[in-house]
Structures are given as C-alpha cells and as structure tokens.
Design a protein around this ligand. Structure first.
Ligand code: 6PG
Length: 620
C-alpha cells in the first residue's frame, strides 16, 4: 500500500517473483467508472472505492485458499484496509511504501502511461492515514534492499513475542500459533531449575514448528518485527518491573509491551507513565479463562493508549474467545490501568460467585444430600442459571477417589492471589459498598484460621433449633437473588471508578466480553449485555426489579433457616442485608450523624432544610 506513484507495482512484482507467488495490481481491478473519473481529474470518494476494495478482498480470499499472493493497492485509509483484509485479518500483512511528496511527484512526472495525474497526488497525501499495523518501508532505498527488508521482516522475523512460559504463557503461545501467527517465545535460563524451557516446549506441539524459541533476551527481542510486540506472561508484582528493566535496553521507540498478568491497576498506570517517558507503549491487559481459556480463547480486557492497542488488536482479538455473534471477547477498555481494574472486578465477582456456590452446596449437604446428589441439584439449575462456575462445581461434586468423593478430602483453607483483596481496597477507596466481595474475601481469610476453628468448635457446639426446612426452589431463588446483587455491586464499582478516573467505560461492552472465555461467563451475564444498553443501574431495570421482588421471600427463608441451623452463609445473608439497606428510604444513618456531631462537632444536615446548611447542636 501507499500513495499512487510510490513504486508499489515495481516492488510488488519483484517480491512476487522472488517468492514465486502471484502478483496483482489493484489498479487493474477498478471498475471502468472509477478510471473515467480519475482520468477526468476527479478524486475517488469512499463510495467509488467500496466495490473496488471488496473485489480485492474477494481476490485475496480466493488466492489464500490456494497459497498466497501479493496485491498492491493504495489503501490509504484504515477503513479501506479493513475492507481488503476483512475476515482474513490474521493472514494479511501490510507493507507501507512511503516517501516524501516531492520525491513521489518527481517519479510520477517521469511516468507516461499512468491514469493518475500528479495533481491528484496531493489529495492522496491528504487522506492517507498512516497505518499502525504495517511494515514501514522508505522507498528511497534500492528495490533489492527493499525486497530484502520486507522478506526479513515479514518472513524471518516473528510478528509477536511471548515472554514467560508458565502454564498461561504456554497456552497463549499455542493459541497464537494456532491462529497462524509467527511467534517468538522466551523463557529465562535458571541453572538446574529452568533449562531449555522454550526449545523443549517448541518440540512438543506441531503448531509451534514455525515458532522461534529463546532463553537469551537480546536474541529474543531482535527476532521480532518492528514495532516489537511482546506479551509479558510473568507473575504480577515486582517480577513485571524486573522484566521491564531487562527488556528496556533492547527496545526502541514505539515498541509495545502487553502485560497480561493480574497486575494491580495502579501499578499498571505507574508503569505506563514510566514507559511513556521512554517512548515505549504499555498495554495493560486483563486476561481471564485459566489454562483452557488461554489455549482455546480467553476473555481479554486491554487498556492503555488507543494507538498502541490498535497495533496489537489483531493478535488479541484473534486469540480471544468469541461471543454468540462471533465477535471477539476482547475490546479496548480505556486508558492506563482500566483493563487491569476491570479484570480485578471480574475476580471480585468471581470470588462471590464461588462463595455462593459453596454456601448453597453446604446448605444442600445440611439438608442431607451427598455430593452426587448435590451435583444433581446444581445440574438441575443449569437451564435458568447456567454458568461456567456452576458447571465446574457440578463436576467437582461428582469426582470420586476410591469410594469417597474427592471434594470431602480437600483441606478447607481457601487461598487467594490478591485480586479479591484489591477489589475490596478499591471499593473502600472509591466509597462503594461492595459488601458481597468483602464478605467472600473475608470468608476465605477466615477459612485460614483452621486451628482456631477446630478449637472453638469444641467450645461452641453447633446445633439445629428447628427442622431445616427449605425447598430446592427456595434455595435456587435465593442463589439467583444473591447473584443479581453481586453483579449489581461489581458493575456499580466499575461505574464509580469510571466516573472518578474519567475512563468512560462501556458497561454493556464489558458484560459482552465476559459472556465467553472467562470464569464468570453465564446466562445472567448475557442478559446484562442487553440491560446495560439502557441503564447503568441494574436495580432500576424492570425485569430485575420483578425478579428480586419475586425471589426475596425465598432468600429470607433460606437465610433465616440457615441461621437457625448454624450454617454459615455470609454471602447469602449479606445479599439480603444489602438489599434491605439499599432499598431503605430513611436509614439509621441519621443516628450516626447525630453521634458524630455529639462527640466531634462534625455537624449534620436537616431533612427540613435542603439548602445544604450544616448544623451543630449541643446534644447534652
Ligand atoms: C481468571 C481467574 C484467574 C485466577 C485468579 C484467581 O479469570 O482466569 O480469575 O485470574 O484464577 O488468580 O485468583 P485467586 O487465586 O485469588 O483465587
């Protein structure tokens, strides 16, 4: 691609000859009307170009079935290039031949048989949108030199690098390779611990036959096409900073690092600013879906400078999961650390969804069900409440080891890697009552006090005060009730963060990329995509109001019965508490305000004066 007269045909033909693949000059595919228009000195408009670009797209697709080809065409605007590469994005490589106006004008004036007069050249420069995704070639070099550079950059060099071959890194490598990308893979060398990880990995999977494997940073970085795009798949935290420092000496202006770990969004912002001072881009990308998602298609939440995202969009969208309309579950989230913020909230919601399933299973057990029966009950909810976490929990309850169920042998101490903790901190900092997330998090913390629990269990005997009376339907409704409150709180946190940090986040789009590939994908999430098109407050939506009103009574019964039977259900009970709080018109906060004014003269406002005036009273 490039403006008319830049030398596309000459270079394209030479390259095609060298590679022994067909060559097509886009100009030969213009409809007659376009040629007439250009010959009469009029520039083409977008409508004129549309059918022409579609013809080139069809041609490329046809040739790709056989092998490959070179097509030259001006493709000056991004949308033109989008049409030409439609549905073959990952197989299309753009080369932008560029030169100065003067240089090209001189070349054009020396040509005799071309229908484009040089006066039209300026109009081409005017509409040229510099491609971010293309290999940039300066046409002042010799054709042989240009061919060598194109061949090296597009055929020898890799288009994408993955740094860190842990479980997730490996799966993402295979996913990228399965999507036809030529990648470079790096894993460090640690004597006796991590040796030849990349080279050994390459030999294990046939899709990696074209991938390049390294344990030397310089060689890894130098194997990549410009601008270099490197996905960091290392543990969140200090390791990211160390890796950035290790890579920096080999990076140059406009290179892009993509941090796909569960990094703290504030650290991502700091790293983004730091790298900006070195003209390096950082895309902070939340990735969800675990090992399987990474391999088959995760949900990806990228953020940072939009320009930088555009350069890696092709790769991230290709490897991501696809929604019901086959759209990628990957979308540009917003500036700096917003992608990691969203991933953090995803995990907060995940913590609660997991906790709710743990609680309903505990209730089912208290009702007398064995693990297989619990699995049957959970499975029967799939129709209305299907979710990935419901599915895996069902499978967990079915898994046997010998004659017993494996789940009964798992130590009851729940770990965490920090994202739930950060969600609770972010909620507190932003003043958002994410009570279910805090409750699920603190319940995990409580589980860690195993010794103390064992000891206290002896002093405080558990018992049932009434016969445990809950129907399966009531339990189902309470579960769904609490899940709605959970999603309300999660999206509320996103809304408030979006306002505070001016991120301008799109709730419906966030819900959409969470409908596939990620841990919290569910039927409810699919409903939210539509709901958030009309409101940012879940609790104001008609269908949600109806459902909560309908399920509230069951939720009360389940919570009450569980408390009376000493079954610990922090998240279910928090859901009803929160619901009662958020739907209370006149809360008990008046008393708090009076107390604050009493001991600290913190003042209060009055219901009978809406001017905002602050009052202080001597309460004694
Ligand atoms: C995902 C998961 C993933 C990981 C978390 C879980 O979306 O794929 O959330 O990011 O499983 O680390 O966090 P905890 O270890 O804190 O449960």
């Amino acid at each position: 691609m490039g403006v008319s007269g830049v030398g596309k045909s000459t270079i394209g033909k030479l390259l095609a000859q060298d590679l022994n693949i067909p060559f097509f000059d886009g100009d030969d595919f213009h409809p007659e009307s376009n040629i007439t228009k250009m010959s009469s000195g009029q520039p083409l408009n977008d409508d004129d170009r549309q059918p022409w670009l579609e013809t080139l797209n069809a041609l490329a697709k046809k040739e790709l079935i056989k092998n490959s080809c070179i097509i030259v065409c001006s493709a000056l605007k991004q949308k033109y290039r989008d049409i030409v590469s439609k549905e073959i994005e990952s197989k299309t490589k753009w080369v932008h031949l560029s030169g100065s106006y003067e240089q090209i004008c001189e070349r054009m004036n020396s040509r005799t048989k071309h229908f484009m007069p040089s006066e039209l050249l300026q109009s081409q420069f005017d509409i040229l949108e510099n491609p971010t995704e293309a290999l940039q070639i300066d046409v002042s070099k010799t054709p042989q030199n240009i061919i060598r550079t194109i061949k090296h950059e597009l055929m020898d060099a890799s288009e994408f690098g993955v740094f860190g071959l842990g479980v997730m890194g490996k799966s993402l490598c295979r996913n990228l390779a399965n999507n036809g990308f030529k990648i470079s893979m790096f894993n460090r060398h640690v004597e006796g611990l991590e040796e030849d990880i990349a080279t050994n990995f390459k030999t294990q999977f046939k899709e990696l036959s074209q991938a390049a494997a390294f344990d030397d940073i310089a060689a890894f970085v130098n194997s990549l096409q410009q601008p270099k795009k490197i996905m960091l798949m290392v543990n969140a935290g200090k390791a990211i900073d160390d890796v950035i420092e290790d890579l920096l000496p080999y990076l140059s202006e406009s290179d892009i690092l993509i941090d796909c770990g569960n990094s703290n969004y504030k650290k991502t912002k700091e790293r983004y600013e730091y790298l900006k001072t070195k003209n390096i881009h950082l895309v902070g990308a939340g990735v969800s879906g675990g090992e399987e998602g990474a391999l088959k298609g995760p949900s990806i939440m990228p953020s940072g400078a939009k320009e930088a995202y555009k350069k890696v969009k092709l790769y991230l969208e290709a490897i991501s999961a696809k929604d019901k309309d086959n759209l990628p579950c990957c979308t540009y989230i917003g500036p700096d650390g917003s992608g990691h913020f969203i991933k953090m909230v995803h995990n907060g919601i995940e913590y609660v969804e997991m906790q709710l399933l743990a609680e309903v299973s505990t209730i089912l057990e208290a009702l007398g069900q064995n693990p297989s029966e619990i699995a049957d009950t959970l499975e029967s909810w799939k129709g209305q409440a299907s979710s990935y976490l419901l599915d895996i929990t069902t499978s967990i309850f079915r898994k046997k080891e010998g004659n017993d169920w494996l789940v009964n042998k798992v130590l009851d101490k729940a770990g965490n890697k920090g994202t739930g903790n950060w969600t609770a901190i972010a909620s507190a900092e932003l003043g958002v009552p994410s009570t279910l997330i805090a409750s699920a998090l603190f319940t995990r913390y409580m589980s860690f006090y195993k010794e103390e629990r064992l000891q206290l269990n002896k002093s405080f005997k558990k018992g049932s005060y009434v016969k445990f009376k809950i129907t399966f339907n009531e339990l189902f409704e309470a579960y769904q009730f609490a899940r709605i409150i959970n999603h309300y709180q999660g999206f509320k946190l996103i809304t408030e963060a979006s306002k505070s940090y001016a991120w301008n986040l799109n709730l419906s789009e966030i819900a959409r990329i969470w409908t596939s590939g990620c841990i919290i994908k569910s039927k409810l999430m699919k409903d939210l995509v539509e709901i958030f098109k009309n409101t940012s407050n879940l609790l104001t939506h008609k269908k949600i109001i109806e459902t909560l009103n309908q399920y509230k009574s069951s939720t009360k019964t389940v919570v009450l019965q569980s408390i009376l039977n000493d079954v610990s259900i922090p998240a279910l009970s928090e859901a009803i508490q929160f619901f009662n709080g958020i739907t209370t018109a006149y809360s008990s906060a008046n008393i708090i305000q009076a107390q604050r004014d009493y001991f600290g003269a913190h003042t209060y406002q009055r219901l009978d004066d809406n001017s905002g005036k602050n009052y202080h009273t001597n309460w004694k």
